[in-house]
Design a protein around this ligand. Structure first.
Ligand SMILES: [Fe+2]
Length: 368
């Protein structure tokens, strides 16, 4: 953390004179990022408690445990320091009404949102999902992904500190960075996109296309900060437009095979770009889909859809995002039914072209 970020953190903690601070983090995030060398001295005069998350992705059992821990401690400030899972846990715990049948309510989309229980400061250690600015959060119940959505999920404050992001492994950088790219591309094609979301998605892609590969393979504080900004803008874009098919299809890959989120999204981004482009005549969008494709092509420095697809394939390869399903432990002929059943239908609906099960099956079975 540089001088500026540390000062910002101190200001947030001391200005409002918070008394009890709960730190929700992951062991990797906390120690590897270098936060463990900074936070203790800042928290010295504060009553505080740490919780290190265990699950690989946000799931209901751990969410309930965190809720009980926070309720018992009753903090006035929660610092969520970590990647997507840590941030999502903190956002949900802050505003979701917990009851004995909360699982059922989440599944049926009848959950209740209550007033914020604490101030929430988010410090991402990945770049990233942009979860520090989005008004939704993901939770898995029995390996199926659900989304909690409400404007009050948006954290009160966030600090983007490249020093805490730069030490993440190459694998995490590649996956999280690709998430930012895909979110912005999906946002530009989403039926729910608006002039404002297009503005943020363009800003995001401009930064990520320029910095992603260097951030993964040759990280500097500068390109790390640029990617953190790209992720932040992509979060702002999808807060408005939501994501589309590659995200919808990504959740079962994470739940069944522990493939990290951005990597899971990367598995089908190109397939859906191709699908949407080829079926453009059937677009349900009010905007000109061809123009949106042009925007993406131009930002990537490519001149056609084919070049764009090759460009994305190239950055996946150069950032070592595995594309081979067998190597990822997926037997697609055996498992495609299971994968199809785990798809998020809400996200699929935002796709500009209607996607039928037979289209999804075709895409999945084309994988090796
Ligand atoms: Fe994402």
């Amino acid at each position: 953390m540089n001088y500026k970020s540390i000062n910002k953190l101190k200001k947030i903690i001391y200005k409002k004179s918070f008394k009890k601070i709960f730190i929700l983090t992951g062991k990797n995030s906390y120690y590897k990022s270098g936060a463990s060398k900074i936070l203790p001295s800042i928290l010295l005069n504060k009553i505080h408690k740490f919780y290190f998350k265990k699950s690989y992705y946000p799931e209901i059992k751990e969410l309930k445990y965190i809720y009980l821990q926070i309720k018992k401690f009753n903090p006035d400030l929660v610092i969520a320091l970590g990647g997507g899972s840590v941030i999502d846990y903190s956002k949900i715990v802050n505003v979701l009404k917990f009851s004995f049948d909360v699982d059922k309510k989440i599944k049926k989309n009848t959950y209740k949102i209550i007033e914020k229980s604490f101030n929430l400061l988010v410090i991402p250690t990945t770049a990233g999902s942009g979860a520090e600015v989005t008004s939704n959060a993901v939770i898995y119940i029995n390996k199926i992904k659900y989304s909690i959505e409400h404007k009050s999920l948006k954290p009160d404050k966030f600090i983007l500190s490249p020093e805490l992001i730069i030490r993440a492994s190459k694998k995490i950088k590649a996956s999280a960075g690709f998430d930012a790219i895909s979110q912005s591309i999906e946002s530009l094609l989403s039926l729910k996109s608006t002039a404002k979301s297009v503005f943020y998605a363009k800003k995001s892609l401009k930064l990520s296309f320029k910095n992603y590969l260097n951030f993964v393979n040759n990280p500097s504080l500068k390109n790390t900060f640029q990617m953190a900004l790209a992720a932040n803008f992509s979060g702002k874009a999808i807060s408005i437009s939501k994501t589309t098919a590659p995200h919808a299809l990504s959740y079962p890959f994470t739940a069944f095979y522990n493939i990290s989120h951005g990597h899971a999204v990367s598995l089908t981004l190109n397939d859906f770009l191709k699908f949407n482009f080829e079926n453009m005549a059937y677009s349900k969008s009010k905007f000109n889909l061809q123009k949106r494709f042009k925007i993406i092509q131009n930002l990537a420095g490519t001149r056609s859809i084919l070049e764009l697809i090759l460009y994305i394939e190239k950055i996946k390869k150069k950032s070592a995002l595995e594309t081979n399903f067998k190597k990822l432990g997926i037997d697609i002929y055996k498992d495609y039914g299971k994968i199809l059943s785990g798809i998020n239908p809400l996200r699929l609906k935002n796709n500009p072209i209607k996607i039928k099960t037979k289209d999804l099956t075709k895409i999945l079975l084309s994988k090796k």
